[in-house]
Design a protein around this ligand. Structure first.
Ligand SMILES: N[C@@H](CCC(=O)N[C@@H](CS)C(=O)NCC(=O)O)C(=O)O
Length: 236
């Protein structure tokens, strides 16, 4: 059976990683049988989670994983027009290559309170003797990534202003629809939910979370997906 390697579940949401959450959500939306294997990124093929193994193949990066799931199991985007597919790709890039970095900044850099919550959720599984060393080393590495991306070069208020623009775009495009392209979930929903639940549904406090929570349609969207695809997590 297909194995999905991802962080341990925490915070009552599917996963603290938007990309892990995206893949588990796609698997559930598509009804693909799978086993979850808790993991840390150090052993992942590309040094990042999630990755999968299936039929002797190991695949890293959620985009390549989704391509594999589409061609091997089920393509949730089958009914989309060319124009919708173009929007789907562009929106996924907004989520994963831009808004994600604002969320990452909130967790690893913005406040010490957030860092402590994040640290416990990720590194709490490690033996106490190596926990702090590993966590601090990883924090430094992630902060270098945030700086390398460019997001980390801005002031906090600038970073959150950029994130709010993305939240506006997502909220306005979703409008009153149940899913981004209507009545049925597609890959964009797996990607969007993966990040949105990690902004509004987790204990990381920031102006980004506060702003996302003002968007009633996004809150209802998160709740709809939690209730429809994760009834086992008993989301309120
Ligand atoms: N482009 C990758 C991004 C995956 C990613 O950034 N994973 C993070 C967790 S959210 C990770 O494992 N980071 C570890 C690191 O960068 O050292 C994907 O789509 O899967």
């Amino acid at each position: 059976m297909l194995k999905l390697y991802q962080f341990e579940r925490s915070w009552g949401i599917p996963n603290l990683s938007p990309f892990c959450c995206k893949i588990e959500t796609y698997l559930r939306m598509a009804g693909i049988e799978h086993d979850i294997k808790p993991a840390l990124p150090m052993r992942a093929p590309k040094g990042k989670l999630p990755y999968i193994s299936d039929n002797g193949k190991t695949l890293g990066d959620s985009r390549f994983i989704i391509e594999y799931l589409k061609s091997t199991y089920k393509n949730l985007d089958n009914g989309l027009t060319g124009e919708e597919l173009a929007i789907s790709t562009a929106m996924q890039r907004l989520l994963e290559e831009h808004l994600f970095w604002v969320a990452l900044y909130s967790r690893w850099q913005y406040t010490d309170e957030n860092w402590q919550v994040n640290k416990q959720a990720i590194f709490g599984v490690l033996p106490p003797i190596i926990r702090d060393i590993a966590a601090n080393r990883w924090r430094k590495k992630i902060q270098q990534q945030i700086y390398g991306h460019g997001m980390g070069r801005h002031q906090a208020e600038e970073i959150f202003a950029l994130g709010k623009q993305d939240i506006d775009a997502l909220s306005d495009y979703l409008g009153h629809k149940p899913y981004f392209f209507g009545d049925h979930p597609t890959t964009l929903d797996a990607s969007a939910f993966g990040l949105l639940i990690n902004i509004s549904g987790c204990p990381i406090e920031s102006p980004l979370k506060e702003y996302a929570l003002t968007k009633e349609n996004l809150t209802a969207y998160n709740t709809r997906i939690m209730h429809s695809f994760y009834p086992d997590l008993h989301f309120p």
